[in-house]
Design a protein around this ligand. Sequence first.
Ligand SMILES: *[C@@H]1O[C@H](CO)[C@@H](O)[C@H](O)[C@H]1NC(C)=O
Ligand SMILES: *[C@@H]1O[C@H](CO)[C@@H](O)[C@H](O)[C@H]1NC(C)=O
Ligand SMILES: *[C@@H]1O[C@H](CO)[C@@H](O)[C@H](O)[C@H]1NC(C)=O
Ligand SMILES: *[C@@H]1O[C@H](CO)[C@@H](O)[C@H](O)[C@H]1NC(C)=O
Ligand SMILES: *[C@@H]1O[C@H](CO)[C@@H](O)[C@H](O)[C@H]1NC(C)=O
Length: 212
Amino acid sequence: MAINHFVLFLLIFKTGFSAEISKFVQTGASVQLDLQTQPPELLYITWKNDKTENVFNYFHVAKMKTSFPPYQDRIEFNESSFSLTLKNMQKTDSGLYTVTITGASSKDIVDVYRVSVIDEVEAPVLTVNSNCSCSELCRFTCSGHNINISSIYNSGCSKEEVTSADDHILRLNCNTTFIMCNYSNPVSWKTDIKVVHELCPVKLDTFCMRSD
Ligand SMILES: *[C@@H]1O[C@H](CO)[C@@H](O)[C@H](O)[C@H]1NC(C)=O
Ligand SMILES: *[C@@H]1O[C@H](CO)[C@@H](O)[C@H](O)[C@H]1NC(C)=O
Ligand SMILES: *[C@@H]1O[C@H](CO)[C@@H](O)[C@H](O)[C@H]1NC(C)=O
Ligand SMILES: *[C@@H]1O[C@H](CO)[C@@H](O)[C@H](O)[C@H]1NC(C)=O
Ligand SMILES: *[C@@H]1O[C@H](CO)[C@@H](O)[C@H](O)[C@H]1NC(C)=O
């Protein structure tokens, strides 16, 4: 690991700083890594990562492609755009991917990608906190796995949004018919939508005694 970082440092040091490009991909899906600049001249392209070292090599003149384990059967390389597609991505494939583009005379071009492989988001859950059958006010909570929003329904609710440290976003919205909770991460989103009077049974015309 230390040696790989050292190699990466040397590459960046030798060729000039390159901004890190962030890519999120859902577990099992593909990620396409595009070159940031089309090389004016090209001898070869090498892809490495911080775990397995070699990922893919391309020698332009001979149009020779070499994929390395564990990527042999999971790589597609586009010979006109030079973009690399990694398929069936697993969490263990997360990390830094570095491409070095070597031309005959120009300086090497280096791009660094931070690839994060994450699961599809879990479904959010809307739950009622207080039994609102005797009141117009209904206290409810919209929960994601590590964040939640508690609110009160009173012929509507205020639109709210919270973001967790791990880039999950929870959004709450209501209208006269529905309470809507949207939970998303950088690769997916899911909702829980409930009819207001089913989550919060308001009985306006019924006399009822409060027990508290
Ligand atoms: C390769 O890239 C070119 C240019 O972006 C695109 O038009 C073409 O469809 C791509 N080929 C494949 C097989 O994806
Ligand atoms: C809410 O009230 C209904 C009837 O008014 C009752 O059947 C139900 O058990 C109550 N639920 C809770 C959580 O108190
Ligand atoms: C909502 O989140 C807070 C902390 O942010 C936690 O204390 C509370 O138990 C959570 N409530 C629910 C219903 O998940
Ligand atoms: C409430 O929002 C839902 C979902 O966006 C929409 O389908 C519905 O028509 C809206 N209802 C009203 C009364 O605005
Ligand atoms: C839920 O949130 C995601 C991410 O912000 C957004 O793309 C999507 O359209 C939202 N879905 C609904 C039904 O509002």
